[in-house]
Design a protein around this ligand. Sequence first.
Ligand code: NAD
Length: 468
Amino acid sequence: MRVSVVGTGYLGATHAACMAELGFEVLGLDIDQAKIDALTRGELPFHEPGLPELLLKHVQSGRLRFTTSYEEVGTWADAHFIGVGTPQKPGESAADLRYVDAAVTSLAEHITRDALIVGKSTVPVGTAERLGTLLADARAHAGLPGTVELAWNPEFLREGYAVQDTLAPDRLVVGVQSAHAEDLLRQIYAKSLAEGTPWITTDFATAELVKVAANAFLATKISFINAFSEITEAAGGDIGTLADAIGHDPRIGRKFLNAGVGFGGGCLPKDIRALQARVSELGLDRTMRFLAEMDDINLRRRDRVVDLAVQVLSHSLNGAIRTTGVGEGSGTVPSPAAVEILNGAKIAILGVTFKPHSDDVRDSPALDVANRLFTAGADVAVYDPKGNANAARRFPRLGYVNTLAKAVIGADLLILLTEWDEFRQMDPEDIGRLVDRKNIIDARNVLDPAPWQTAGFTHAALGHRFAP
Ligand code: NAD
């Protein structure tokens, strides 16, 4: 079977390389010529552990090729996976579906043989049904040979673990309208099926909803523990111990209960907003209202880091703790008092990606905090093991350095914002010799405070009352 993958970003490039690894001949298609040129050379245009090796292996073997031509994929492949972006519409909560619409239309106008189109992009419920109509109309108009059907097979991969999640997924969900479509998908995923991966055959709406329900649940779990962070910051208590204790209950589980600066990236934030927009369209305004609260809790964590930076710096400079007055709502501008303290303070920003093992800075809490501190007048030195280039494209005016040591030299404050191993493994004594003032904020709760305090640092962390 020949497989095409339309859209070769984080999802699509991974899917294409993994399909080649499973033994299929694969043609990846994107409208971004530079991306296709890089992939054709066997170069991955983003960071994903294990993927460069897979890409190179199959490009060199000739099993994996790339193109910008819909004509080429339309005349060649039996199954076409769609992995184009579904970002948030600018200034709105709803998903921008123009890329999936364009991909389906382009395929419909170029396929010349029997084929199955398989949507993998995350879409609002009802999209696949609408695309099915779009496909049928476009096919009738195109008058080309071949029967073309649509299926929906949402993707659950995690950046940083994309290869293993694609080759050995937790479950496979397929929304289909015929036994033929299901049979084809079972052939494609035969290896996972043989390994016992749970397989769920369902309708379009359920398949679409499974994906957004999973993301809404995960976002809720993170915001839930972060709401308790607000309580422990005010009332005392240890948020990590609390998470461990409730996590022992198998009905709750410990995963996704790490208190910190919150979720970000190209999926969770836009997906919970798109879900709210879609249920409103369905006339169910109240149904997902709690997600607005989850979003708000999440964004307030960023305010809290800025607030904590002001508190730690004011304590370090004059022994008194001042607060910015931020904390309600999101994106609040620091007060004049906060700006006075932050202005000229040298702050080392440790991490800008939305999570480790990825170079993705889309909707990254870390980068947002860095930019807010910079905007308030701080002299920020940003270091991320993989994310500097993407961050610099987004916020070119921040100060970027290419080593941890360069970021911390002369710093008044260090803020750990992405939990890369390099930051977890920092030696407080070594770091202490490089900084001007020994202050650290752990916005991911991954450092043991004791050695930092022994080395003379004022240590503050999200979810903990700041009481130096
Ligand atoms: P991305 O921005 O990295 O990639 C999207 C690609 O689609 C880009 O390379 C773009 O050039 C290409 N594209 C846009 N319009 C096109 C068209 N008409 N024809 C061909 N190519 C086109 O996005 P991503 O992170 O890979 O996400 C893609 C989809 O997968 C989204 O719906 C996302 O929600 C979903 N998803 C992503 C992840 C993830 O971890 N990144 C996980 C699960 C699901």
